[in-house]
Design a protein around this ligand. Structure first.
Ligand SMILES: *Cc1c(COP(=O)(O)O)cnc(C)c1O
Length: 429
């Protein structure tokens, strides 16, 4: 009899055997740069595989060579990350940005067109606009909520319809929780694919993954993570990952070997530890977020709350995408305080428990002001178009006691000056 264990069950053991390390129940940190070959012939065989100099034999694995190419902490971490997304292969990186930039460099060439969803994470946006364009890659964005027709029109107007290389998505979008339909983008990618040249769909799944959204099941080719966020989950590491088919990830790993931006043994080991509690943490965070979001929506000093758990059938397309694509509303809540920057800052400055910091997905709750912090670099017109207003606060909900959290949010809201907005006709007097 055999049972297919769930990922949360496998996070403590999958990919590691105690007999490899003196019976140690936990995978040690393999803090070594290089690995001894048993014989020169073995060393030769490993390098032949690493450089693709010959076909891999049946069940033959590349042995351990050098920690820029492979290391047990990195490989075991990759094996475990694969389980959540049901991916064939995974490549772990020293940061989310290194995962994203390596994928963009590997799969795009000068003259190609990159289509992306707006708004993008600040670091990704900078790379797309200021680095990829220097390498002769054409870039075009579409607005949150864009229809299939609009997206196809943007591709047509670029004059590069035969050179579309990749569609890069972030859904839900940071910080507004706007949703993009991954399956619809797959169908656009198929429309512009020709035989021998598949248009790839890559999804930055940092906001919902790896638990609450599985882009590969909706037609994505590549899933990207800042593992700094939920996967790490304790605000103590910077790391990243990319998942997809064995063929695509083999290409990503080859470029990673030459850029040298692989995850370090100690960071890989920290993530192995984090993965053991991933589901527990994320479920508690989502539970807390639902309580907090509902109460914020009813608070007199709050104008609007952007949270997937508050979508209703009246929200139309967004609600449908949410039901199809996500298995939980997640733990990212953003909300507009009545007023503007002054009121939002008053709230942030009076928080006692919640830390005023960027980043997300950690055990402790974090709050920040996207317009002047994470999205400070977005041009003002785009900020307005994407809903990144002066009064918007983004909250990453942690695992604290929900009543303690609400106590803090409520006391900070009380300190927000009552909004001095006067009716227009009175102001004119
Ligand atoms: C943080 C983040 C990144 C960048 O990841 P790093 O680990 O900081 O390099 C990319 N995308 C999203 C959505 C993020 O939140």
């Amino acid at each position: 009899m055999k049972r297919n264990f769930q990922p949360e069950t496998l996070m403590m053991s999958h990919g590691y055997r105690p007999e490899w390390s003196e019976g140690a129940v936990k995978c040690p940190i393999f803090q070594t740069s290089t690995f001894a070959f048993r014989t020169a012939e073995e060393g030769k065989a490993f390098f032949e595989l690493a450089y693709g100099l010959r076909e891999r034999g049946n069940r033959e694995k590349t042995g351990l060579i050098y920690s820029r190419i492979n290391n047990p902490d990195m490989e075991i971490l990759e094996e475990r990350l694969k389980l959540w997304d049901g991916a064939e292969a995974c490549a772990a990186f020293e940061s989310g940005m290194s995962a994203i930039t390596t994928v963009l460099f590997e799969f795009l060439q000068p003259g190609d067109l990159l289509l992306y969803s707006n708004p993008l994470y600040g670091g990704t946006s900078h790379f797309v606009h200021h680095v990829l364009t220097k390498w002769g890659i054409e870039v075009r964005g579409f607005r949150p909520g864009a229809t299939r027709e609009e997206i196809v029109r943007i591709i047509g107007q670029s004059g590069k319809r035969d050179r579309l290389g990749m569609i890069f998505l972030e859904t839900p979008a940071n910080p507004t929780n706007d949703l993009v339909d991954i399956a619809m983008c797959r169908s656009v990618a198929d429309q512009f694919s020709v035989s021998g040249r598949r248009v790839l769909v890559a999804v930055d799944n940092t906001y919902m993954g790896p638990l609450w959204q599985h882009p590969l099941r909706h037609g994505a080719d590549l899933v990207l993570y800042s593992a700094t966020k939920y996967i790490g989950g304790h605000s103590d590491v910077i790391a990243g990952a990319c998942l997809g088919s064995a063929d695509l990830i083999a290409r990503v790993k080859t470029l990673r070997t030459f850029l040298g931006n692989m995850i370090a043994p100690n960071t890989g080991w920290l993530l192995l530890r984090s993965l053991e509690t991933l589901k527990l943490r994320m479920e508690k965070q989502a539970e807390n977020a639902q309580i907090v979001a509902r109460r914020l929506a009813a608070h007199p000093k709050v104008d609007r709350v952007h949270y997937l758990g508050l979508l209703t059938p009246a929200d139309g397309e967004a609600y449908d995408i949410y039901r199809r694509q996500c298995t939980s509303p997640g733990a990212m809540v953003s909300f507009e305080i009545k007023g503007g920057e002054h009121e939002a800052f008053a709230f942030l400055n009076h928080l006692k428990l919640v830390k005023l910091a960027v980043s997300l997905g950690s055990t402790e709750s974090l709050a920040q002001h996207p317009a002047t912090m994470t999205h400070a670099g977005v041009d003002p017109e785009e900020k307005a178009a994407f809903g990144i207003t002066e009064s918007l606060v983004r909250l990453s909900v942690g695992v604290e006691n929900a009543e303690d959290l609400w106590w803090d949010l409520e006391q900070a809201l009380e300190k927000v000056p009552a909004c001095a907005e006067l009716p227009v006709e009175l102001e004119a007097v």
